[in-house]
Design a binder for this molecule. Structure first.
Ligand code: NAP
Length: 311
């Protein structure tokens, strides 16, 4: 079977870039995988680990002759990298990305997109709290969703080929518009991460509880928040700066609901608390039933397994 793409260029070889490289190899999706990263250190590590077939020193060199280019970098860096690679992109090339916010990616990329080059943004709903070229693994996308947010004017063949690539990496693929994506992800990912960042910071600031007790008794719920709150600071800074409106809208709703729970506790309204907690338990069961997590008490991570989904 011939590869879907002759040459895939990965700009950024962190968790997501290196996982794409491993999974593309496993699926035989690319004739050659070329990678590059901002720092020499990451480029050398990726080369030493054999993550990609070839390393280029610059993003412009990496995209030369590539028929698929995937930007695996923080959302805030998309514009500057697009500006750098634009003159080296060939006609017919598909440019995609993996950014966690889609409206901002399109806004930054479109002004630099040369004629005859197709933009098909993508967001794999899969990840861990780890970063860097050592953290990737081929199974990351297996059974996880990848959302494509093509533009109304996107070439249908380019969208179909990008879909086939992600399916080859092991994902299920959905297509939606970027604004809708950003609202959905604000609810399912961005605000939950913000809450984790907030609660972990609060717990460590509380003067009544010593730092050592926070760590010692962390298995009582706090520990699961700390995994999310250990996610990459650069990536998440960019997510909140670029998905500002949707995040603030959802955060407003969460704050209202938190006040409702606070009120129920204050007034001893056990029925309201019980009803709320029963509803959320059913949501958790729905996620397990959909195969998006395991029912194990430790989420299946006890035996050194990787978390099923982060991001
Ligand atoms: P990562 O492990 O930190 O890797 C980021 C890569 O981008 C590194 O190779 C880094 O190079 C490069 N880079 C960083 N800043 C750059 C800049 N200004 N210009 C050029 N290259 C730059 O991050 P990741 O987790 O793979 O995330 C990459 C993208 O995937 C982000 O847009 C994120 O929103 C998205 N995403 C992440 C997850 C997740 O769970 N982590 C899930 C889905 C989507 P150096 O190493 O040389 O600095």
């Amino acid at each position: 079977m011939s590869a879907l793409f002759n040459r895939v260029a990965l700009i950024g070889i962190g968790l997501i870039g290196s996982s794409i490289a491993h999974a593309a190899r496993r699926g035989g999706l690319a004739g050659e995988i070329v990678g590059t990263a901002r720092s020499k250190e990451t480029r050398e590590t990726a080369l030493r680990l054999g993550v990609v077939d070839r390393i280029a020193d610059t993003a412009a060199q990496a995209v030369e002759g590539a028929d698929l280019v995937i930007l695996c970098i923080p959302v805030g860096a998309i514009g500057i990298v697009m500006e750098e690679i634009a003159p080296s992109l060939s006609k017919g090339t598909i440019v995609s990305d993996v950014g966690s916010v889609k409206g901002a990616v399109i806004a930054q990329a479109l002004p630099h997109l040369p004629d005859g080059v197709e933009l098909v943004p993508a967001h794999p709903i899969a990840g861990t709290e780890k970063s860097g070229p050592e953290s990737g693994f081929a199974e990351l996308f297996d059974g996880r969703w990848c959302i494509l947010t093509p533009l109304p004017q996107s070439d249908l063949d380019a969208v179909a080929r990008t879909r086939a690539f992600w399916e080859g990496l092991g994902s299920h693929v959905d297509v939606m518009d970027a604004a809708h994506h950003d609202r959905v992800l604000a609810v399912t990912s961005h605000v939950p991460h913000l809450i984790a960042y907030s609660i972990v910071g609060t717990a460590s600031d509380l003067e009544t509880v010593t730092q050592s007790e926070v760590v010692k008794y962390s298995a009582s719920g706090f520990r699961d928040f700390t995994r999310i709150a250990a996610s990459d600071p650069t990536m998440w800074r960019d997510v909140f700066l670029t998905n500002k409106e949707a995040t603030l809208e959802v955060l407003g709703r969460v704050t209202e609901d938190l006040f409702a729970l606070q009120r129920a506790i204050r007034w001893g309204d056990g029925d309201a608390l019980f009803e709320h907690f029963s509803r959320t338990r059913a949501i958790r069961q729905g996620i397990v039933d959909a195969g998006q997590d395991t029912a194990d008490a430790d989420f299946g991570r006890g035996k050194g397994e990787k978390p099923l989904a982060g991001e």
